[in-house]
Design a protein around this ligand. Structure first.
Ligand code: UDX
Length: 447
């Protein structure tokens, strides 16, 4: 099928590229000239495993092209995806839909009769109907369709999530649109992956419900971790004990410094707004938001406590700045709260992230007390403690017996529980993790 994707941000670029991988002909459209020029040369603006290779491959075989010209890009498109940003509106926490409606107005006069316009962006319940009204008003006729098709892509494994999803959800209000979208996803559903077809409202809300629920699971396990620490219990074993019950499930029960990223924080806020807007009583989501925001500060205080309660003049190596591993994305990362907090408390920080340094430098406001390091070794030279904020694979293989020789003090604060406590103690490290007792360095020689 011939399809167009409006917006080459994270969602648009992954979706467009993966539709090409499924065999469709895709044009990705964006107003950002520099981005489009870079994409034409096979350079992608984000760090996402496997994506660049697919972009290059399908640009070469002419199934994937990039343009800034809307008219050219929409020519012959049977399906047009809107994948522009829906950031949080700082005034009230709602999703800001101005780019969505701008896109709807722009494409309305140019799309072909019978085309299906589909929202891929996460949009509040009721948005498809509003887009429909905008397009019909502009076209002055009702000869196209509007549908919803939320994505469930995780950064860092978005290509895999797209090509091998657990389910595909489409929201439609006409049989014609349903038929087109079923045809589009046939390469996936043909492999037995379920497609749920519903109305646009249910489809739109399902995305928020899924993200809201996953965020709730994380906030829950983080609060359990706090209880575990006080009660000398082990949150990792607890999560396993809970998660092996298939009604609960093992995933999204990993305690950490608080969830971040481009979705959970934004979507929980938007869900709260949606509930309020519809006058539906909602206790859980506001509590999850508050719990998560507070957690980032609590974790900063935990680091200070691990260093004896005063970090003035102390040097701390920070490993990992992105909101999770395998991405360069810094959006709503716990580091954005923890790093300034530690600096304000008087610490000198040595910062390192394997992929997120450029993004971090552009977002984190640091002064003379923050040093940007080339590598992990530099970040841990002569530090009073090492703090792991992101679960990058390279951190989980650190040889602490060797590494501690470079450090001033063998203290590790690990917000991702990457290590076995006993093993760390054996290596001579005083190991603070999340939801587990502190493991104190054994006095035995570390040779
Ligand atoms: C999420 C959803 O998973 C995806 O379906 C949706 O489309 C977009 O939002 P993403 O933001 O890429 O994806 O990351 P995800 O892997 O879900 O993690 C989000 C945050 O939760 C990260 O900060 C991560 O560190 C944290 N997290 C996740 C935990 O703290 N514990 C967990 O068990 C899982």
């Amino acid at each position: 099928m011939k399809i167009a994707v409006i917006g080459t941000g994270y969602v648009g670029l992954v979706s467009g590229t993966c539709f090409a991988e499924l065999g469709h002909h895709v044009t990705c459209i964006d107003t950002d000239k520099n981005k489009i020029e870079a994409l034409k040369k096979g350079r992608i603006p984000i760090y996402e495993p496997d994506l660049e290779a697919l972009v290059i491959q399908h640009a070469k075989n002419k199934r994937l092209s990039f343009t800034t010209q809307l008219k050219e890009g929409l020519q012959g498109a049977e399906i047009v995806f809107i994948a522009v940003g829906t950031p949080t509106n700082p005034k009230d926490g709602s999703a800001d839909l101005s780019w969505i409606f701008q896109a709807a107005r722009d494409i309305a006069p140019l799309i072909q009769k019978g085309a299906v316009v589909v929202t891929k962006s996460t949009v509040p319940v009721g948005t498809a109907s509003r887009i429909r009204a905008v397009i019909y008003k502009t076209r002055k006729k009702k000869d196209v369709y509007v549908a919803s098709n939320p994505e469930f892509l995780r950064e860092g494994c978005a290509v895999l999530d797209f090509l091998q999803p657990d389910r595909v959800i489409i929201g439609v209000s006409s049989a014609k649109a349903e038929q087109k979208l079923r045809q589009l996803y046939l390469p996936i559903t043909g492999r037995g992956i379920p497609l749920i077809c519903t109305n646009t409202q249910t489809s739109e809300l399902t995305k928020y419900a899924a993200n809201g629920f996953l965020a709730t699971k994380i906030a829950f396990i983080n609060e359990m971790a706090d209880i575990c620490e006080k009660a000398k219990a082990d949150v990792e074993v607890l999560a396993q004990g809970m998660g092996l019950d298939p009604r609960i499930g093992r995933t999204y029960l990993k305690p950490g410094p608080g969830f971040g990223g481009s979705c959970f924080p934004k979507d929980t806020r938007a869900l709260q707004y949606i509930a309020e807007n519809y006058g539906a009583k909602n206790h859980l989501i506001p509590a999850v938001i508050e719990s998560n925001e507070e957690r980032k500060f609590t974790m900063a205080k935990k680091i200070i406590a691990a260093l004896g309660g005063n970090i003035k003049g102390k040097t701390i190596g920070i490993l990992g700045l992105t909101f999770k591993a395998n991405t360069d994305d810094m959006r709503e990362s716990a580091s954005l709260v923890i790093v300034p907090y530690l600096l304000k408390a008087g610490a000198v920080l040595k910062l390192f992230d394997p992929e997120g340094m450029d993004q971090a430098k552009s977002i984190l406001k640091t002064g003379k007390d923050a040093q940007w390091c080339e590598d992990m070794d530099e970040a841990l030279q002569k530090v009073d403690a090492a703090v792991i904020l992101t679960e990058w694979q390279m951190f989980s293989t650190i040889d602490w017996r060797k590494m501690k020789k470079k450090m001033k003090q063998p203290i590790v604060v690990d917000m991702r529980n990457l290590f076995d406590r006993a093993m760390m103690a054996k290596q001579g490290i005083t190991y603070h993790s999340v939801g587990r007792e502190v493991a104190t360095a054994l006095l035995a020689p570390s040779k």
